[in-house]
Design a protein around this ligand. Structure first.
Ligand code: ATR
Length: 278
């Protein structure tokens, strides 16, 4: 019987997950289908019960359900619990198990362009995406993390919640801008620079460290103003397609035990968005 996978969220019509997962199933010769389900918050409980009742093999979870789904699952892996968000659910013999592949997906993507050991990293933002990235990056050996956010209390809270004093510091955006030359890696997790506000950057800078890597989780536009400016100063840049592909690939592995071709996933997303590699 054909296996069924999917994603639940709202809005969901423009999700590129069906495109890359269905292609990966086809590439692997697996008899499976991935479908996007529009689910409003007041229908989440019923939707999860439906997934269980219908025997859906696994599904992704996106905005606005990543936190709310936790109490509806049978178990949740430790990292997802700490992050406080689930983006992947596996149906194992009727038990729904929650995972978070966003943080790991980001780190795997970042490792394609830089080693992380002993690196000085700046994270901009302290929202949902930053939580997963901050928590996962902090597990890497020798990293030193600074986090800045428009609302400073949120980055301080995050640091304290994850008990990262010693590894991480919360600093102001002004301080981060002033000291930008210290960072080997700059990670942009806010919505600043996203379509339609494509001319905004979360902080100003005029010089960067030599060989610095700038990674922005935004992929629409494919190259944010921040990445354009960093690239002009000689940085290696990476857009959000890379994280998107890796979080999907890790979900696919949880469901099937096999890792899909992430380069192919990136290419499909890029073609879909109609742009050149970044
Ligand atoms: P996500 O789940 O995508 O991370 P979120 O949880 O709403 O979304 O977080 C959005 C992030 O973008 C936050 O760090 C937010 O800063 P605040 O905590 O101060 O709200 C940041 N952000 C959004 N708009 C911003 C702006 N105009 N300037 C600076 N930061 C902004």
């Amino acid at each position: 019987m054909k296996s069924l996978y999917g994603v639940i969220g709202s809005p969901i019509a423009h999700s590129m997950s069906p495109l890359i997962h269905n292609d990966a199933f086809q590439q692997k010769g697996m008899d499976a289908h991935y479908h996007a389900f529009h689910v409003e918050p007041n229908e989440l409980k019923a939707a999860v019960a439906g997934m269980r009742a219908l025997g859906v093999n696994g599904f992704n979870v996106t905005i606005p359900h990543k936190e709310a789904i936790i109490p509806l699952l049978d178990s949740v892996e430790d990292a997802a619990l700490k992050i406080g968000a689930v983006n992947t659910v596996l149906n194992r013999n009727g038990r729904l198990i929650g995972y978070n592949t966003d943080g790991r997906g980001f780190v795997e993507a970042l490792k394609e362009v830089t080693e992380l050991k002993d690196k000085q990293i700046l994270i901009i933002g302290a929202g949902g995406a930053a939580r997963a990235i901050f928590y996962t990056l902090a597990q890497e050996e020798g990293v030193r993390l600074d986090i800045c956010n428009r609302t400073v209390s949120k980055s301080v809270e995050l640091m304290e919640e994850f008990s990262l004093q010693g590894i991480a510091r919360s600093i102001t955006t002004e301080q981060a801008a002033k000291e930008i030359q210290r960072y080997d890696v700059v990670v942009q997790t806010t919505s600043v620079g996203m379509f339609p506000k494509i001319n905004d950057t979360p902080l100003p800078f005029h010089s960067i460290k030599q060989h610095a890597v700038f990674s922005d989780i935004i992929y629409n536009p494919l190259e944010t103003k921040l990445l354009q400016e960093a690239k002009a100063l000689g940085a290696v840049t990476q857009n959000g397609i890379h994280m998107f592909a890796y979080q999907a690939a890790l979900a696919f592995k949880i469901w099937t035990g096999e890792l899909p071709d992430t380069d192919r996933m990136k290419k499909l997303v890029q073609e879909h968005l109609g742009g050149k590699p970044c």
